[in-house]
Ligand binder design. Sequence first.
Ligand SMILES: Nc1ncnc2c1ncn2[C@@H]1O[C@H](COP(=O)(O)OP(=O)(O)OP(=O)(O)O)[C@@H](O)[C@H]1O
Length: 747
Amino acid sequence: MDIQLTQERYINVGFRLKLTAFIAVIVSAPLLLFSPEKIEKILTDITRNKPIASLKESENARGAVCFVSKKCRNQDRCLKRSIAVTVLLALKGKRVSWCSGYCMDPFRAHAWVEVHERPVGEPREVADFVKVIKTPDDAAIKNGDKEEINENGVKNAENTDTIHVRIRDMFSIVADKKTYFILVMILGIMSSLLTLIQPELVSDLISNVGSGNIRDTKLYILIGVIIVSTIITTIQYYILQMISEEAVFRSRKELISHILCLPISNYSKWPSGDLISRMTGDTAKLRAGLIQSAVALSSGVLLAVGASIGLLLKDFTLFLVTLLSIAVSFVLIAVLSGIIQGASYDAQRSMGKLSGKLGNCLHGIKTIRSTNETKNELSKTISEAENVKNCSLKLAKYQALMTPVSNLGLQICGLAVIGIGGVRVTNGSMSVADLMSFVLLLYIAIAPFQQIFSTISTLADSVGALKRIKEINSLPLEDQFDIVIDNNKKYDSVNAVCFNNVTFSYAEHVLGQKTEEYDENLILRDVSFSIKKGECVAIVGPSGAGKSTVLQLIERFYEISNGSISIFGKDYHTMAREELRDKITYIEQNAPLISGTIYDNLSLGNKDITEEKCICALEKVNLSYLINSRFKGLYSVIDENASELSGGEKQRLAMARALLSDSDIIILDELTSNLDSLNERIIKNVVDELRGIKTIIMVAHRLSTTMDADIIYVLEHGRIVGSGNHSELIKTVPLYYELAKEQMLVK
Ligand SMILES: Nc1ncnc2c1ncn2[C@@H]1O[C@H](COP(=O)(O)OP(=O)(O)OP(=O)(O)O)[C@@H](O)[C@H]1O
């Protein structure tokens, strides 16, 4: 059993205790804003002179709190509940101690209540489980919708059916702009009224002109009405643009914040092109939906309601006929809008795939050209474009159906009114004049109804786009389920990094399930080692052995399946990721650079670095010429993909960054792979300079880079098969001997 989530057991307690527990839960909620130490201090202060509660009283208190706060296995709730139990007992004039710590393994932070250092409730309950992890709030899993969540707390990328988006979600984006919407409505009403009185004014004017009175004040009124109406409409549209731009900005902001903060494993599920198309195309669709619906709401609905009231006043029977026909149209359009939503989602998704495919092609364009695969890739990309066309055509088909369906309903309505009205005229229950005026009013009402129907179509399209945006926004962020419990800044002075029986797989790990695929794809198996502070350690082994994976786990890019990792003596699950990463400088394989200046790249993670230090670091890695040959020196911009720098230059620039960093651990992944022997020597000198001051962990295929390390770990198929220094390993580990022999380091 790996992970078990079960229903909690509640102790049945009386109503009064439940009521007090309810108050305690509310009162204690603000305490969660403080650090565990601060909470402990507050709780100790408020219960200082109170007698200690008995175990029974504490268990009852826990039962009452659990009853009123029925949230299971969510660590926040657990903290909240434990505090609430202490507060409840304080309200009843009793004292217990509140602890935060590790419940299991230690894997996750937990909190509990103790009486005489005996935990009450929770730890006994969770003791049955090998591991307890924080799960999303119950509220997030509504109506029995089960989300598949892997070990990283990540929902499966394919599992998008659980995301339900409704038209009202569109408006929740602009919920705080109600005042502006009301203003838009008022302006809409005003402009509609001014538009409606214009024909009247024109007809008056024409009749006056006919009687020779050209200098009629009605002329000035008409000009005034036209000018005011134009100004009002301009303001109305500007406000609308403003609201929708703000809404688009907000969705983009949220989306960008999500895209850049997802767990690393998510980036292999969504191609970057797809993510970008959500940020550009989908958010733009929101704007269209919001603007059109606001216009329809401000003027269309008003006119439709006004005309409907007029119809009702003219003739009740014919009004009912009209209402029925329009209701039928609405039903048909509602059904169609659901289909349009799905089709729009598919069309946008295919657009995302196309962007992803094109992005991949551009990324590997040199390989594609050199392998003469251009035509092949071109045809694959065009086939994605064709897919977009097909999906868009499908969408267009439904959208095209929307107009005839709405027109058909309205035409049927007209025919029914004329037919039934004709019968009523024949039998004398209605006059011809009344029928004519009803029909005229009906045709005035048709335009706003058509506007509303077309808005429903656009809204359906926007809802499809919103679903794609929500798909990303609903993913947990990398640190969303982290609980930082260890705020103690004291670190072990001996061990920098410690792996304790670490097992890891990239395969999707679904809660409560252990799949065969998962077991087969274990990348690391029971890996244990410890690296002392200031040591220089190398990890070597054949390609695919898991060397880079070890380095990435130190950065906590992925969650381990079993075992534990400590950094300076602390289980790193208890540390904030930022704190952890502050301690580490990680130079990844191929040393990619960020777009910006040379200085930007050198000062990554260390913004206060001086120019002098940068120049000195560049000298040490033999890169001075990079700034000397450029007009703007350190502030020269390196292009997006740093394609103007060679692979070796990128690696040396990254090494200069490592040199400048003030973190304690330096991780170097294949930093010499692109270097000639002269530059490899230079990098080795830089590493030597850092030895003893920083903890250095490096991975390299070239044993000449790593042979001077204090300890070398040999990794094969995810297991450590040997460790020691170069000469020891030559004698004791056949794999290492083979590697050294291949590289002509032994005879
Ligand atoms: N993001 C990933 N998703 C799935 N599998 C991965 C991922 N990254 C690496 N792997 C797999 O994990 C295994 C170990 O990869 P890793 O990069 O750690 O090996 P390595 O020893 O550093 O290899 P090399 O020396 O070639 O860089 C490989 O089989 C690789 O295919």
